[in-house]
Structure formats: structure tokens, C-alpha cells
Design a protein around this ligand. Structure first.
Ligand SMILES: Nc1ncnc2c1ncn2[C@@H]1O[C@H](COP(=O)(O)OP(=O)(O)O)[C@@H](O)[C@H]1O
Ligand SMILES: [Mg+2]
Length: 442
């Protein structure tokens, strides 16, 4: 048995082989390329990974917070410091509005405003309060810089912030303590000064009391005697007695007629002066608590209304007093003395606003647990800083001689102290002075 193999076409066989070889070579090349690409890709990938890890580690190491926002304030990226502060993961934070991080509505509004205003120019070291994970608020000093695309288009902002809480809190507490200390020291000094002034004034009043009483008493007697003496001399002159002894000449020489005519005026002047001095001594006694009245229940509404009525009745017509008083305000003490205090405050406000066209005094009252607080705010010029420390001192006045004694406030201060209250003063930022009268409630 025999098999026959068909004769091969040598040409055909040669071209087929060549084509195969070429195909295989091409495949080889492509495969090589592919391998190279893969290696390059892997290298790039690991470089990318490395730089990503680098950035991540940098972000994680940052103690300052970092927030990347889009143009509308939506969060794009945050760092772990913010997650730690806000108590939320970055997945929870991304895509939410950055404003939600702020402590309350006021802070949010402030942040929105700053965001809208400074997105282009940036914002430096501006303090905001953020809401911390435990619900407390944390002061953060923030910087905000614009984030732009390659073509210069604004893409959003990058916000960094440094919590300044603990240091700031400690500093604030220190400052507060310092302020409190300063104020208490001032009050102590003031109280000390008023006490020693009270003692001094009480001594002076006591010393003056006797002499002025007998001056006044004697002058009044003299007034009576003078009329009688006048009548007697008139009778002597009328009778013509002593004509021969040269009495008329002596009468002329001594100007007896002028003296007689002048005497009533002189005596009236003396009485007025003595009375004024007695009033001042009385006032000094009231300042230093020499006379004490038995305490009674005082209706402050009544006291205030009466005082205002009396002062405004005698003062210029355009002085307006607004009363904002709660219905029942009662304290214990002397209604006469408290009325003196209120009248003096109203009178001072009236004097201070005398040259204003819309002169106004607002008396408002509030009742706290144990206290009644009355505020007297006027729209006058206020009190110069240098005078504030002195206006409760006796005889301190800025009014012309004859118009002010400078005793009103010092007496009022003494009265209020003895009622267990306080009289204070400060200037209102919008202008004018405000006296605060605090009394224990009954
Ligand atoms: N409401 C006020 N506005 C501005 N200054 C005031 C006011 N009340 C008081 N003063 C100042 O305090 C000073 C002392 O007041 P006071 O003791 O009542 O004495 P006086 O009214 O006799 O001057 C006043 O001279 C005035 O300078
Ligand atoms: Mg006065």
C-alpha cells in the first residue's frame, strides 16, 4: 500500500511562512510596548500613590483646620483636624454647606457675609466661633484664600483656621478678673472717701450748728429791737428835746437818719444770710446722717411723680419727662428724703438740658428679685470724664455762683447709702448722663 503526498508549491509555501514570521514579530513588538507601558503606568501609579499619601500625611499632621470649599460654600475636602473638632467624618462633611460648622445663626450670618465679600481678596486672621463636637463653641482665628482654576476662574476658597480657645479663654478670664479687681478697688476707694467726707462734714455741721443758731436768733431779736429803737428816736426828734444841747447837729454829723433808713435792709440781709447758712448746715447734716427719721413704707411711684411735678412746674416749659415705671415699687425708708434725692436728680437733668430744644429725661424702673433699679437718663451734654469721680463730693458744682451749691448729689448719695442702696452715674454712649438709683425692695 502506498500514500501519495501532493507536491507542495514551493513559492506558495515560502510566502506563507514569511507572513507568519512578520505577524509574530509584530505581536512581539506590540507585546513589548505593552509591557513597557505597563511598567511606566505602574511607576506613575506608585508615584501618584506616594504623593497622595504624602499629601494625606501632611493634612493629617496639620493641627490647624483646613476646609476646601466650592464657589457656593459647599465643602469639597477637609482635613482630620476639622473632623476631630466637629466630631464628624469627612464623608459626612463633604457636600454640606461650610456655614453649618459655625456656632450659631449670628456667626453663620457673619461667615456668609465674609464669604461673599472677601472670597476674591481673601480674609486674614478673622475670629469666628465654630461648634465643637461636645456642643461647646470654639473661637477659631481663620484665614480664607481664593482658589482659582488654571484659567483664573474662581473655583471656591480654601479656609484654614487655628483654634485659639484655651489661651484666649485664660487671657479673657485674666482680663475680666483684672477689670473686676480694678472696679472693686475703685468702689472701695470711693466708699472710703465718702465715709471720711461724711465724718468731716458731720463735724463741720456740728460746729457750725450752734453759732449759726444764735446768730439767727440774735438777728431776729435785733430786728424787733430796731423797730422799737426807731420809734423811740422818732419820738425824741419830734418832741424837739435836746435842741439846745446841739443834738440835731450831732444827729446830722452821725447821719442818724440814714442809719435808721438803712437798718431794716441790713437786718434783712443778715437774716437771709443766716438762714441760708442754716439751710446749708441742715443739708450737711442730712448728708452725714446726723438726723435720722423712723423708717416707713415708701411708694416710689408716688415719690417720683410728685418730684417730677414739682420740678417741672417751676422749670422751663419745654422740659419733658417720660416715665416708664412698673406699677408697684415699694421700699422702706423716709419718703421725704427719697423725694429729695429724686427731685435733685430731676432738677440736675433739667439744668443740664436747659439749652436744648428737645430737653428730655427718661425715668425707667425695673424690679429685680430683691432690688428696685431706677434709671434717670437725660439728653444733656453728659459729664466730663474728669468730673465723674467728683460729682458726689460736697460742694462740687459746675454751676455759676448762686445757682448751684454742689450739695444736691452728695446729700442724695448719703441718703441712698442710708437706705441700703446705691447711687451711680455713667455717660450714655449716645450722649447725656444716666444716674442709676438702686434701692432694696420692700
Ligand atoms: N444730669 C446731669 N448732667 C450733667 N451734669 C450733671 C448732671 N447732674 C449733675 N451734674 C453735675 O454734677 C454737679 C453736682 O451736682 P449737684 O451735687 O446736684 O450740685 P449742683 O446741682 O448744685 O451743682 C453739677 O454741678 C453738674 O456739673
Ligand atoms: Mg443739683
Amino acid at each position: 500500500m502506498s500514500t501519495t503526498i501532493p507536491p507542495a508549491d514551493p513559492l506558495l509555501a515560502a510566502t506563507g511562512e514569511q507572513a507568519w514570521i512578520e505577524v509574530i514579530q509584530k505581536m512581539d513588538e506590540v507585546y513589548n510596548d505593552l509591557l513597557q507601558y505597563e511598567v511606566a503606568l505602574e511607576e506613575k501609579n506608585s508615584a501618584l500613590e506616594e504623593s497622595h499619601q504624602f499629601i494625606e500625611s501632611v493634612l493629617a499632621a496639620m493641627s490647624d483646620i483646613l476646609i476646601v470649599c466650592d464657589r457656593n460654600g459647599g465643602i469639597v475636602e477637609v482635613n482630620p483636624a476639622l473632623c476631630h473638632l466637629s466630631g464628624r467624618s469627612s464623608e459626612e462633611l463633604v457636600s454640606t454647606p461650610v456655614f453649618n460648622l459655625f456656632a450659631d445663626e449670628t456667626e453663620q450670618a457673619k461667615a456668609r457675609d465674609a464669604f461673599a465679600r472677601y472670597a476674591r481678596d481673601g480674609l486674614h486672621d478673622c475670629e469666628f466661633f465654630l461648634r465643637a463636637s461636645d456642643g461647646s463653641t470654639v473661637p477659631v482665628s481663620m484665614n480664607c484664600t481664593p482658589r482659582v482654576s488654571q484659567t483664573g476662574k474662581l473655583m471656591g476658597v480654601v479656609v484654614t483656621g487655628r483654634p485659639v480657645g484655651d489661651l484666649r479663654k485664660a487671657y479673657q478670664a485674666l482680663r475680666q478678673a483684672h477689670e473686676d479687681l480694678k472696679r472693686t478697688q475703685g468702689q472701695l476707694l470711693h466708699a472710703e472717701k465718702m465715709v471720711s467726707l461724711g465724718r468731716l462734714v458731720a463735724g463741720v455741721a456740728h460746729e457750725l450748728n450752734n453759732p449759726i443758731s444764735f446768730v439767727l436768733g440774735n438777728v431776729l431779736s435785733l430786728q424787733r429791737y430796731a423797730t422799737r429803737l426807731g420809734r423811740y428816736l422818732d419820738a425824741v426828734h419830734g418832741s424837739g428835746a435836746g435842741e439846745h444841747d446841739g443834738l440835731p447837729a450831732l444827729r446830722d454829723e452821725l447821719r442818724i437818719d440814714r442809719i435808721l433808713a438803712d437798718m431794716p435792709n441790713l437786718i434783712d440781709g443778715m437774716i437771709e444770710g443766716a438762714e441760708r447758712t442754716r439751710d446749708i448746715v441742715d443739708a450737711l447734716k442730712r448728708f452725714s446722717a446726723v438726723d435720722k427719721a423712723a423708717p416707713e413704707e415708701v411708694d416710689l411711684n408716688e415719690v417720683i411723680e410728685r418730684s417730677v411735678r414739682w420740678v417741672t412746674r417751676s422749670g422751663p416749659g419745654q422740659f419733658a419727662v417720660d416715665l416708664e415705671l412698673p406699677p408697684a415699687m415699694h421700699c422702706r425708708g423716709s419718703s421725704g428724703q427719697l423725694q429729695q434725692v429724686v427731685m435733685n436728680l430731676v432738677q440736675n437733668a433739667c439744668d443740664a438740658t436747659a439749652d436744648r430744644s428737645n430737653a428730655r429725661l427718661r425715668i425707667s424702673g425695673t424690679i429685680a428679685e430683691q432690688q428696685i433699679v431706677l434709671r434717670f437718663a437725660d439728653n444733656g451734654p453728659g459729664i466730663p470724664e474728669a468730673n465723674l469721680a467728683h460729682i458726689f463730693e460736697p460742694f462740687f458744682t459746675t454751676k455759676p455762683v448762686g445757682q448751684g451749691t454742689g450739695l444736691g448729689l452728695s446729700i442724695s448719695y448719703g441718703i441712698v447709702e442710708r437706705h441700703g442702696g446705691r447711687l451711680e452715674v455713667h455717660n450714655i454712649p449716645d450722649g447725656g448722663a444716666e444716674f442709676t438709683l438702686t434701692l432694696p425692695r420692700h
